[in-house]
Design a protein around this ligand. Structure first.
Ligand code: TYC
Length: 129
């Protein structure tokens, strides 16, 4: 009887590159090893924008106070203080918001001012870090 060839157990071919060595999938190396890289993720807070009113010689103080109360949710005392600061210094911050909310405040205040015939200027600017 013909002797059966004894099958030697399959031994994996020696690795040509160390396991976990980064390699392109198509280069036949790495044997499909998954490479996990640990990376420190840096997440920065979003840039915030301050909405600023500018002084002028024509917009009535009372209108500015009402605008600050209505659009920036300040009580009458706080709104009056901000208005006087603008009147004396030339400009003043009414609130700090995300970029899109700040732009919306500028649009709403400007629209209200023009509708009432006032030249009040409202701008937004990035908050300095
Ligand atoms: N200077 C204006 C006045 O004397 C008042 C004023 C305050 C106007 C603030 C604009 O953003 C402003 N009537």
């Amino acid at each position: 009887m013909k002797s059966m060839a004894t099958k030697s157990p399959k031994v994996p071919a020696p690795q040509k590159a160390p396991i976990n060595t980064p390699s392109k999938p198509e280069d036949g190396q790495g044997g499909g090893a998954v490479v996990l890289e640990r990376r420190t993720q840096k997440v920065m807070p979003p840039q915030m924008y301050q909405v600023v009113l500018l002084n002028d010689d024509y917009t009535p103080m009372e209108f500015v106070v009402v605008v600050i109360q209505e659009f920036f949710n300040k009580d009458r005392e706080a709104a009056t203080q901000i208005m006087l600061k603008i009147h004396l210094d030339g400009k003043g911050v009414c609130g700090v918001f995300s970029k899109d909310v700040a732009a919306s405040k500028v649009d709403q205040v400007t629209e209200a001012a023009r509708r009432n015939g006032h030249p009040l200027q409202c701008i937004s600017e990035p908050v300095e870090l």
